[in-house]
Ligand binder design. Structure first.
Ligand code: NAI
Length: 284
């Protein structure tokens, strides 16, 4: 089942990193998960184990399989431990300078054949690749949250990404049970760009009080079959995260991604959605 790649490194053990690690280990890859401290990787491993326990309890996998998957995972706080990985998937915060520093370091320490993939949601793959001497082996591998559940993996190609790199990453995504879609290195790729169009318009409809937020959310769920309406989604994903994403698209693609003003007031007040107990809605 596996391609020639046998070992995967995951840099960053946050919300996305631990999910990607679990997917890689489940697909049978020896996987090394690295973050800045032992404490962070241990905590991420606890979440992975909890997910596996849940699958055992719901009879999706056996105890032995769960143990085998766990045993495929090595934890580390040293990026040097990724040096022999065939592929490294980076999932550190969405800050270009951070990613470029990380890629520059990975380029220096990883073996020459290692493919470096980034889980960036909308930064330029070519820009990240420019921090390395292996631009043909740098590629996007954009999972969606929660990575274990969402079927799609977008694979944005950098300007110099080789066909071989593309084939390897498509293959790994398939081995993880995902549906990969290859696209150009363009702002927001496919999903976030289309989604942002709707989300930005929702912030303007909020300012204009076109209808109540409950009714607009209901309209999108009943009229388009979406699982959540836009204001529910703002609260779920974090208003700060979504605003940063929309601002990035506005910088890249222009005023059509200009947010309404009401949402910025919420941000200034610290009402960021579910994580702060209040956003468009209030949570217990
Ligand atoms: P997060 O903040 O939950 O996790 C980031 C992790 O990276 C933290 O544990 C942090 O300690 C670690 N880190 C920071 N600098 C590091 C370094 N130099 N070396 C090693 N570890 C380092 O972030 P999250 O949400 O997992 O996002 C990661 C990436 O995935 C971002 O590029 C984001 O845009 C992307 N993404 C996020 C999604 C989401 O819904 N949260 C969905 C799809 C992509």
């Amino acid at each position: 089942m596996l391609s020639q790649e046998k070992t995967i490194g995951v840099l960053g053990a946050g919300l996305m990193g631990h999910g990607i690690t679990l997917l890689a280990a489940k697909a049978g890859y020896k996987t090394t998960m690295v973050d800045q401290s032992e404490e962070i990787v241990e905590k991420a491993m606890q979440i992975i184990k909890k997910n596996l326990r849940h699958e055992v309890n719901s009879n999706k996998i056996t105890e032995t399989i769960a143990e085998n998957i766990s045993n495929c995972i090595t934890l580390s706080s040293q990026v040097e431990d990724l040096q022999f990985c065939d592929v490294v998937i980076e999932a550190i915060p969405e800050v270009l300078t951070l990613k470029k520093d990380a890629f520059s370091l990975l380029d220096k320490i990883c073996k020459p054949s290692t493919i470096l993939a980034t889980n960036t949601s909308q930064l330029s793959i070519s820009e990240i690749a420019s921090a390395t001497q292996r631009v043909n082996q740098v590629i996007g591998m954009h999972f969606f949250y929660p990575a274990q559940i969402m079927q799609l993996v977008e694979i944005p190609l950098g300007e110099h990404t080789s066909q071989e790199t593309r084939d390897s990453i498509v293959n790994i995504a398939k081995n993880m049970g995902k549906s990969p879609i290859v696209c150009k290195d363009s702002p927001g790729f496919i999903v976030n760009r289309l989604l942002a169009g709707m989300m930005v318009e929702a912030t303007r409809m909020y300012d204009e009080q076109v209808a109540s937020i409950e009714d607009i959310d209901r309209a999108i769920k009943l009229g388009l079959g979406h699982p959540m309406g836009p204001y529910e989604l703002f609260d779920f994903s974090g208003i700060d995260t979504m605003v940063r994403a929309a601002d990035g698209l506005r910088d890249a693609l222009g005023e059509r991604f200009l947010l309404g003003t009401g949402i910025r007031s919420k941000m200034r007040a610290g009402d960021l959605g579910r994580k702060t107990g209040k956003g468009f809605y209030t949570y217990e």
